[in-house]
Structure formats: C-alpha cells, structure tokens
Design a protein around this ligand. Structure first.
Ligand code: FES
Ligand code: FE2
Length: 426
C-alpha cells in the first residue's frame, strides 16, 4: 500500500513532475527505424506528455523535434521533408535534423535563425529503433543491450500502445505470480512452446530473492513442484525505469519489454526479440504474433477501444479459456488497462507481490535522486550487453545466484570474447 503522494510520485509523468524529470535522464525508444522513410511524411510522437515530430532526411539522418513550430506553434508534422530539412508550411521556417533553424523566408535578417534554440533532441538508431534523449545536458552512456548491436535479421522490435498508466505495465512484467493464472491458457497448453512460461506450471507461490543492481534490480523467482524433481527458476532483470528482460531458456531467443509513458493513461510498449545465432523470425515465440495485428508499429491497433479486449464470456464458462482474452500479450494489456491509474492507497500486497514492492522502492529512490539533480541512471556502472533473463529447471540444491552468474559469464565470454574475464559480482 502506498500513500497518495507516493502513488503520484511514481505514476504522474506530467511535465514538471519529478518522474518526468527522471524519465528524461534516459535514452528512450520512440519509433521503429523502419517507420521513417527517407523524405517521407514526418511522424507525430507523444512521449512523457509532450508532442514531438520525427523525420528522416535524404542523408538518412533522423531528426526529432518538438512538434510545434517555434515560430507560431503550427504542427511540423504537416511540414515539407526535403533537402534534409523539415520546413513549416505556414511561413516556411526550416529546421535541420539537429533542430537548428536554417532559413526564415519571412525575415530580412537571417541571423535571427540562431536565436531559435532548443527545438531538436539527440537521436540514436540501434536495434531497428529510434532512441531519443529528451533531457538537459549531455545524454548518459547509451544502453548498448545485445539487441542494439545486431542487424535487422537478428532483432525484431514490435511496438504497440495501450491505454494504461506506464507503471501498471511495468508492474505486470515484474509479477511472476500471475503467469500460471492469467496466462494459464498458455501455460497449460503443452502443444505450443512458449518461452519458458510453461515451466512455471504447478506452483503459483514463487519464492522471491532480490539483488540490487546499478541498472535496477535482479529478481529471482523459484518454484518447487512436488510432481517434478527439478525446481523452476525465473530471473527477471529490471532496468529502471521501464525495461524488463523476461525469462527465456537457452534455446530460445532473447526477449525484452520496454514500457514508455506516452502520457498518464497511455503507454508505448515494446516487445523486442533477438537471436544472435539465427534469423530471429525462425525463433519467435508463438505469443509474439498471437492475436496481434501485422504492423510492428502498433500491433495492438485493432484491439484498441474494444471493451474488455473482447473478453469471451462463453469460452470462460465452457472452460475453454481462463481469461477469455486471446494471447499472453493482450491478457497483460487487458489487466493493465482495466483501471487506467490504479489507486495504490487501497491495495493489499501479499508475498506474491514482493517483486513489485522492491521495484517501487528502487523507483522512488531514483526519482528522488533525479529531483535533487543527483546521479540516478548509473549507466557507467551497468554492463547492458550481457543482460538477459533466465528460465531454467535446476536441481534442488542449486545456488540460484551462482547458477545465474555462471550463465551470465558464459554468455558474455561467448558473445564478447574480448571481455574474457569473470565480471559478475559473486
Ligand atoms: S508557424 Fe511555422 S513558420 Fe510560422
Ligand atoms: Fe503476464
């Protein structure tokens, strides 16, 4: 249970809040690279309660600017995209990809251009995604996750929107206890492999263990099952504020979800799959596409506005579906969207919610650090490249931390032989 003020602190991303300031300390994934065509129509993007526009010039460079023209506030999404400039159709002011004003047909003195500042933001493209830095000053070290180093054959970013406060989406990702209930249509279906999810079957009361990490939190959830000899271990890596690496087995592709607040009741949620060993489309989990739209720019578009995500009461009654909602992803969306901003002053958290309690604690501490202009990202201390979660079956006497460190080290050495040393804290 939180106080009203604590709930506001971690949910309200309005401009001027400490949370907004905190989020702006990070590189944020905003669009698929493929969504921006050279000299094509600019795209509107809303992030953290503010409106932006993205465009790609004929030199391939992406510009990310405030949507409103700094002259008289007309939308630059209507602008002309040519000669590596975005030109406002109202009075023809032009801006380059860095947001510098380069021409003002309505002014005799072109030196006035240099007075127009702060229109553009730093951009990076990696992993098939456009990332932007919306904060003040120098951006932090880029989160060079494994998938950001791969070509587009090996990584598939899928974006979508849902109508929920960002924190609800993140909490769902950290919540190991719901897997075998909300997603029981999948965990009970042995006919389809589902990224380690089925390994959770038979136990809804995981035992949590946590380790603080510079990037956020490592959460171990251990399930024993009287019917099988081995225990199920899931390790989730939480990278504050909105990223969670979700457990997969060694044979499966890597998988990360990134939640980005659009505004207080809307989120952009990325599902990113990658595989260094083979083209990713050969190793996608069934749920990646199940019930989703084809478009990777918003695979939830046709679901939006459907009451209760089209929950099928008949299927629920007939025992064909627990949730009545098709697919793991939309089951998660449906619960997150069911109340746009949860009132956490009225919740009762149990032992199944410990990961959420710990995650909120990390978040509150770091939002306060951001508010005081103190270090709160810790990018320099974080080795993002070898971050990957885990789903595994282990013998009952296994030390779960040592087991996970060993896997992490083996992965780092296999992928990045130059870092041929054991770096994990033991
Ligand atoms: S409003 Fe954009 S140039 Fe005047
Ligand atoms: Fe879920």
């Amino acid at each position: 249970m939180l106080t009203y003020e604590q709930n506001r602190l971690i949910t309200d991303v309005s401009v001027g809040t400490a949370l907004n300031k905190y989020w702006k300390k990070f590189w944020i994934p905003v669009l698929r690279s493929a969504a921006l065509e050279v000299d094509g129509a600019p795209k509107k993007v809303e992030i953290l309660c503010e409106k932006y526009v993205a465009f790609r010039g004929n030199n391939g460079k992406v510009g990310f600017l405030y949507e409103a023209c700094p002259h008289r506030g007309v939308s630059l999404a209507m602008g002309r995209n040519e000669n590596n400039r975005l030109t406002c159709i109202f009075h023809g002011w032009s801006f380059d990809a860095d947001g510098h004003c380069t021409h003002m047909p309505t002014e005799k003195d072109q030196s006035f251009c240099s007075k127009v500042k702060g229109q553009g933001f730093p951009v990076k493209e990696a992993g098939g995604i456009v990332w932007v830095y919306l904060g003040d000053g120098e951006p932090p070290k880029f989160n060079d996750y494994a998938f950001t180093l791969l070509d587009d054959q090996h990584v598939r970013p899928r974006a979508s929107y849902n109508e929920a406060n960002w924190l609800q989406n993140v909490e769902t990702l950290l919540d190991s206890a719901h897997i075998n209930l909300l997603h029981s249509n999948t965990t009970d279906n042995k006919g389809i492999p589902q990224y380690g999810l089925q390994l959770t079957a038979g136990n809804n009361t995981p035992k949590y263990t946590f380790e603080p990490r510079p990037y956020g939190l490592r959460s171990y959830s251990l399930r024993n099952n009287p019917d099988v000899e081995l225990d199920n271990l899931r390790v989730t890596e939480y990278v504050a504020p909105g990223t969670a690496f979700i457990g997969t087995t060694d044979e499966e592709a890597g998988f990360v979800i990134i939640v980005v607040p659009v505004n207080n009741t809307r989120s952009l949620q990325w599902y990113i799959y990658w595989d260094e060993r083979q083209p990713i489309n050969n190793n996608l989990p069934d749920f990646a596409l199940m019930a989703t739209d084809e478009s990777d720019d918003n695979f939830a578009a046709s679901r939006q506005g459907t009451p209760m995500y089209g929950q099928d009461r008949q299927a629920m009654k007939e025992g064909k579906s627990w949730s009545g909602i098709p697919g793991v992803i939309f089951e998660d969306y449906a619960v997150a969207e069911s109340i746009p901003v949860v009132d956490r002053t009225r919740e009762f958290l149990g032992s199944g919610d410990l990961a959420i309690v710990r995650m909120r604690r990390v978040l509150m501490e770091r939002i306060k650090l951001a508010a005081e202009d103190k270090e709160c990202v810790f990018a320099e201390e974080s080795d993002y490249r070898s971050l990957r979660a885990l789903a595994d079956m282990i013998t009952k006497d296994t030390d779960i931390k040592q087991h996970t460190y060993a896997k992490e080290d083996a992965r780092r050495i296999a992928l990045y032989p130059e870092s041929n040393e054991q770096k994990t804290i033991v």
